[in-house]
Design a protein around this ligand. Structure first.
Ligand SMILES: CC(C)(COP(=O)(O)OP(=O)(O)OC[C@H]1O[C@@H](n2cnc3c(N)ncnc32)[C@H](O)[C@@H]1OP(=O)(O)O)[C@@H](O)C(=O)NCCC(=O)NCCS
Length: 175
């Protein structure tokens, strides 16, 4: 059950986002974000983005995956958003996360494929993303979908004392 996130689903999505944030560092570190989940800041970010068309600054689209049972719980998401640098409106940035119990079931691939399919209908030429060098699940998923590594920054982050190499990847939508 993959759908584009609607405004009336935001609070439920923020609950999901808080649960996913709690998982960072439990079995592995997958995000540089430290400290408590910033619900208010995120809500503000969404509120500023709902009606922004792609190619304008600050646009963002989020797809959610819900369980197909009665709970219909949100267990995963993928987002595409504008880059912050000027003159980059032909590119999008991608982020993704699945709650731990629901990984390895094809949800990550299905969400990514949905986002890529949508991106190909937009005035976008590239999707960029970054992941940690030891995130083998993410790297495998991105490579399978055609993302190419464009660079690495050694020791970019130090999260809870752990030095982390960041891997940048990109997908050319025209291909
Ligand atoms: C990375 C992540 C999004 C992958 O989602 P997922 O639902 O577990 O992945 P899928 O089940 O769709 O698997 C997609 C592909 O990746 C590969 N893959 C998945 N987990 C893997 C693992 N642990 N090791 C190696 N490859 C793996 C599979 O081979 C699969 O290929 P297939 O579709 O040909 O079978 C998910 O593990 C996750 O949310 N991790 C924590 C947050 C995170 O790392 N986000 C990305 C930060 S950049």
């Amino acid at each position: 059950m993959i759908t584009l996130l609607r405004e009336d689903e935001l609070e439920e999505f923020l609950d999901f986002s808080a649960a996913h944030h709690e998982e960072n560092g439990r079995d592995s570190i997958f995000s540089p974000a430290e400290g408590p989940h910033e619900r208010e800041r995120l809500r503000g970010y969404f509120d500023a983005a709902w009606d922004v068309p792609v190619s304008d600054d600050g646009w963002m689209k989020v797809w959610i995956a819900r369980l197909p049972d009665d709970s219909k719980r949100i267990v995963g998401h993928v987002d595409l958003r504008a880059r912050s640098e000027p003159s980059t409106s032909h590119r999008a940035l991608l982020g993704i996360g699945i709650l731990a119990p629901y990984r390895g079931r094809g949800l990550g691939r299905a969400l990514m494929e949905e986002a890529i399919r949508w991106a190909r209908t937009q005035p976008l030429a590239w999707i960029d993303l970054a992941t940690f060098a030891d995130n083998s699940a993410a790297l495998a998923l991105y490579r399978k979908l055609g993302f190419i590594e464009t660079g690495r920054v050694r020791d970019l982050f130090r999260v809870r004392g752990t030095s982390i190499t960041d891997v940048q990847m990109t997908l050319h939508l025209a291909l």
